[in-house]
Design a protein around this ligand. Structure first.
Ligand code: ADP
Ligand code: MG
Length: 275
């Protein structure tokens, strides 16, 4: 049954995630529609959740899912309140395209790609405490859309802050499909891992199936280690191919940074088509 929360009307169920259920909620005070993520008790590590909430509160960007705060339902379960993304998520969007045998237009791919770059740039630039945020679980299922199909990067549940001295973190937090080669070798995680995952996400928009696909983890890992991924369908430009290749470089040092991506001529000349 739907949760009961003072001040909110629960309208619909959005889906079942790894930590609990998501719902559409209406705030009674102003009738605003929000998304509500309920945490199942067994998953509640209050330190961890408090950290996540702090981190989310600090992110204010039009291409990042806005986090509004938290509340407790009538069973005292923690619920996070956030911006509702009416356009759904990129994973479902890709699945839909695949099912009707159509391709995402190049124009749409550049637009979503650019907005993801802006979102990630916000995370990867130092906040007023000199820290950066790593998403660590960037994949199509965590890319949402508003009603006008603008990108909202979300699900920062696996994110971590990196302190100024660049302590890196070697914990694994993501699915194998989108995991960088250095992460697979248990090397420390830094911003370049998010760039790899961004490359996988943009590539998947073109081919409509995970970039490094295999039936077993061993197969997937072997493909990642060799950066062995399918070439784009002919309909996509050389520019798009080159941009993807700059993100899917095996060595983190060879991989472009988010600033380089934002400023690169490939991006600049392709997003100008937008308006
Ligand atoms: P997971 O834990 O597997 O990542 P989530 O709890 O993030 O799953 O999401 C569960 C479902 O709710 C998914 O179908 C997702 O698309 C949807 N969803 C999550 N957050 C939002 C949101 N802010 N707006 C719209 N739909 C959302
Ligand atoms: Mg998710």
């Amino acid at each position: 049954s739907y949760p009961k929360i003072m001040g909110y009307r629960i309208k619909d169920e959005l889906g079942n995630g790894s930590f609990g259920y998501c719902f559409v909620a209406q705030r009674e005070a102003d009738n605003e529609i929000l998304a509500l993520k309920q945490f199942r008790r067994e998953h509640l590590d209050s330190d961890c959740v408090a950290k996540e909430m702090d981190l989310l509160m600090g992110l204010n960007h039009t291409n990042i899912v806005k986090y509004y705060g938290h509340a407790f339902d009538s069973n005292n379960m923690l619920c996070l309140l956030m911006e509702y993304c009416q356009g759904g998520d990129l994973n479902k969007y890709i699945e839909r395209k695949f099912k009707d045998g159509s391709f995402i237009t190049e124009e749409f791919i550049w637009k979503a790609f650019h907005q993801l770059v802006l979102a990630l740039r916000e995370c990867h630039s130092r906040n007023r405490f000199g820290r950066i945020i790593l998403h660590r679980d960037l994949k199509p299922a965590n890319v949402f859309f508003d009603k006008d199909m603008n990108v909202k990067l979300g699900d920062f549940g696996s994110s971590r802050m990196l302190p100024f001295n660049r302590d890196t973190t070697a914990t694994f937090a993501g699915t194998l499909f989108y995991m960088s080669p250095e992460q697979m070798s248990y090397a420390p995680y830094d911003e370049k891992c998010d760039i790899w995952s961004l490359g996988c996400t943009v590539h998947e928009m073109c081919v409509r199936k995970p970039t490094f696909f295999g039936l077993t983890d061993v197969d997937v890992a072997a493909k990642i280690r060799n950066a062995n991924y399918p070439t784009l369908p002919d309909k996509y430009s050389i520019d798009l191919r080159r941009a993807i290749s700059s993100m899917l470089q095996l060595l983190p040092n060879d991989r472009c940074s988010i600033e380089q991506l934002a400023a690169c001529p490939l991006m600049q000349r392709n997003i100008s088509r937008e308006k």
